[in-house]
Design a protein around this ligand. Structure first.
Ligand SMILES: [Ca+2]
Length: 260
């Protein structure tokens, strides 16, 4: 080996050793950051079904009085009403909460009123609502003040003296009727269900009410974010802002009158 060959080896050997290290590093274990990402999967965007009324108690008003229309609204004060789990009613074997029908069993009160509430998480959106109603004899169900179910009652002119259309007896008393509910009245946070139950007549022997309800929920879209206010204008943005021209004045406010 001449001096030129020796010099070439002195240059090539370090280069080969360095490249060998590069290959080992590239083919070796990946950085630990990838393992961390696998441990924190993104939230599922699939809809999930929840039971809205599981274990709920219902408030009830069984005095036989005419409550008018305010009783079905979301902010009605029902603190003084009694409460209990379903089925509610009287004169049936599987009643969980016994209510009153008045002093005379041959002149029973026609209408009784029921209320309960449930919550929808603020980060969820309702895509479907389903219900199962057991009623003897007739019922109207309101969700946040809007009628969503009417069973065995006239289409119009219903008041606290209105009788149910048909007698419910035998196996019909234990049957549940399925409903697909318009989910539009459902709101984020607190929701109120209100139900009026009507007897077929003052001598009807029994009254039974039960309601089951479930909803499909999916993650709600991101809300518009308030990014601050300047000079009486409130500014909003959606997603990523690329240019100053994307900013839009949402609303302006009158300035306070100066004291001078
Ligand atoms: Ca009845």
């Amino acid at each position: 080996m001449n001096k030129y060959s020796s010099f070439a080896l002195l240059i090539l050997i370090p280069i080969l050793l360095f490249c060998s290290g590069c290959v080992t590093e590239i083919d070796g274990p990946k950085p630990s950051s990838q393992t961390a990402q696998l441990g924190t999967p993104e939230p599922s965007k699939e809809a999930v079904t929840i039971d809205l009324l599981k274990g709920k108690k219902w408030k009830y008003e069984d005095s036989g009085k005419d409550l008018g229309t305010a009783w079905k609204e979301i902010n009605f004060d029902d603190d003084h009403w009694d409460s209990g789990p379903t089925p509610l009613g009287y004169s049936d074997d599987d009643i969980a909460t016994e209510i009153n029908f008045g002093l005379d069993e041959k002149q029973k009160q026609i209408t009784s009123y029921f209320r309960t509430e449930f919550q929808i998480p603020k980060d969820k959106e309702v895509t479907a609502v389903r219900a199962k109603l057991r009623c003897d004899d007739g019922a109207i169900v309101y969700l946040n003040g809007k009628e969503v179910i009417r069973n065995n009652l006239p289409e119009e002119g219903v008041n606290y003296k209105t009788h149910a259309v048909e007698i419910i007896s035998g196996e019909q008393e234990k049957a549940y009727t399925d409903y697909d509910i318009d989910g539009q009245p459902v709101r984020s946070g607190r929701n109120v269900l209100a139900v009026e139950m009507h007897q077929r007549g003052p001598t009807s022997s029994d009254l039974i009410f039960d309601l089951k309800m479930e909803a499909d929920l999916k993650p709600a879209p991101k809300k518009i974010k308030n990014v601050g206010s300047r000079s009486g204008a409130r500014l909003y943005k959606r997603g990523k802002i690329k240019k100053p021209a994307d900013w839009t004045a949402f609303k302006t406010f009158p300035r306070k009158a100066s004291s001078g």
